[in-house]
Design a protein around this ligand. Sequence first.
Ligand code: 3HC
Length: 694
Amino acid sequence: MSHIVSYHVHGAIAEAVVDNPPVNATSASVRQGLAEAIRKAEADPEVRALVIRCAGKTFIAGADIKEFGKPMAEPQLPALLAMMDRATKPIVAALHGTVLGGGFEVALAAHYRVALPETRFGFPEVKLGIVPGAGGTQRTPRLAGLETTIKLTTEGGQIDVAKALASGLIDAIAEDGDLGLAALAYAEKLVVEGQGPRSAGTLPMPADDPALFEEARKALSRKMRGQSAPLKILDAIRLGYEMDFDAALLQEFALCRESIAGPQSKALRHMFAAEREVARIPGLPADTPTRLIERVGVIGLGAMGRGIVMAIVSAGLPVIAVGLDQEHVDAAMKAIGKMWSSSVAKGSMTQEAMDKRLALITTSDDMHDLAATQLVVEAVTEDMAVKKAVFATLGQVTQPDTILASNTSFLNIDMLAEASGRPEDVCGMHFFNPAHVMRLLENVRAAKTDRDVVATIMALGKRIGKLPVLSGVCDGFIVNRMLSKRSREAFFLVEEGASPAAVDRVLLSYGFPMGPFALGDLAGLDVQAAARKARAATATERELRADFVEQMVAEGRLGQKSGSGWYSYDENRKSGPNPQTDAMIAAHAERHGLKLREIGEEEILQRLLYAMVNEGAKLLSEGIAARADEIDVAMVNGLGWPSHSGGPMFWADQIGLDKVLAAIERFRAEQGDAYWTPAPLLVQYAGEGRGFTA
Ligand code: 3HC
């Protein structure tokens, strides 16, 4: 036997143990080893049952993603599971960790399933743009019914042992903690009781429910707009009603392979790998020491500061929350309590969890109380003078090695670092609004930030459930700097004749959750006007002329919160067209002698998105982003760039950088060098016929 799958016989029970770190994926050697174990157990007259178990932290967590798109060695997973179906001796799967995808399919092809209490189960294939390929859509409905199957396979979430047991997906929970012994005992009991093998494939499909499929199709088309896998998975489940079990398995596998070969899965697999890659910082070895963080300070308790407090205590870390004065502190605690209470009311949080979190927050209006922290996150008002003063004080009142992080979204952190008097301890931790919800955390390395500070904030980001991406210092870091180029183009498009609604529609149908104008209304036009003001000194005349937000703010139109912005809003914040916006655009054109023209969807899309790709190339050559992976992960998780196109840099690679460059050159001829000079790295890569991510 291979060392990847070892085989032992304990009396009448054989045991196959898979040991394929890190997650026991069903790589070729695992499939071959398991096939051999089944053959051996079947051939040995002394063996009456077989247990399949895994070493390490988890049972098989899926097919091996690294094998996708390459020729697959035999046996393929469905063939292995067919062997299990046909086995004449009972097979027991002993489950722990995360039983996912192909791993869940192996478990369901076993005849009996025993799991440790903390085990989680799921079909994450949909998140990789894939249809489950080894019976997930066929065995699950026969065991657990349609509703559970549709939810598990199309949404990609996980369930716990209680739910798995109640749905018939497992048979027993191994309560006493020794899974190996529990599974052997379970198998022995089967033998004693004379229980034979049983294949889920011999069970009937549950009663058909076309309305349930229709409902799911509608909900998925809305929730996972633009993604093809969820709907293909519904088709795969339906196969169970259209043909017999074996034929349905063949068709399911064909759909799986087809989805793996498609562009969406390629993009989603890029995202999966990139999300893991960004945790590895070039030049910063994994064993770089980190500083011990036991208590965090947050200074500034506006919307961002509150969200940061909530994010940190959610991970069980105590926080000292410092506000300007007692009134601000009280208001912040009231707002935090209100948000958590509404989660409790909705049932997404228990009262006990809320009480625990509240107990982790200490409040103060005195910065001296931050002396007891190892990290302070500053989230005071976005004003350089105010922030500099805060950093000067923080440098004095905190311990000599307390990390000082700014949540600024565009100010120069090097200047804050100097103001603190100990720049090596200063960095950025840029959260996205709402900070307790959004996964992205842009960690910023300033010119003098110590290596252990970088390692510490990357580890801390993960500890508090965020997806940390490292950026260098520049105006707006990765996400806001790229976004500012999109906003600029959006304003120019409106000046040239595209309606805001048309621009938004193009991005919505590309897959963004909302377009730039709906986003402006949501964030607040006053906030956008303030950001434009802060950048006015470096703006071009044309950028200053496109002063729509300033015009609206002057009229008290601040977006959603005032009921009127680019769109108008009813009391439930439902948007509708705003005639004032049309009038403003027409008057603006007349005032400045602008000639409006029809602008096609392709031009809108290319100008909005290529402007970001070009800026991304600049971020790479400036070293602000170490790799294209940082940009793709940040834009998907910070701005809502649709993950199934893989983020801006991967997407541009798929189009071909020569084509992207040609379009940018065309826009340059029409719009001028100031906005469309191609990034030298784009020109270079296009010339070399390579991509950003390849
Ligand atoms: N194939 C290959 N490598 C995998 C893998 C898989 N299915 N799942 C995880 N890995 C690798 C990761 O790339 C990472 O490698 P790295 O250290 O070199 O970066 C390592 O395992 C650890 O992964 P994480 O950093 O994600 O570790 P966590 O402990 O945070 O999470 C996990 C573990 C919950 C298993 C998570 O990795 C995960 O969700 N994996 C994906 C599972 C999945 O999608 N399975 C379905 C695959 S498709 C399939 O099975 C098709 C079938 O129907 C035929």
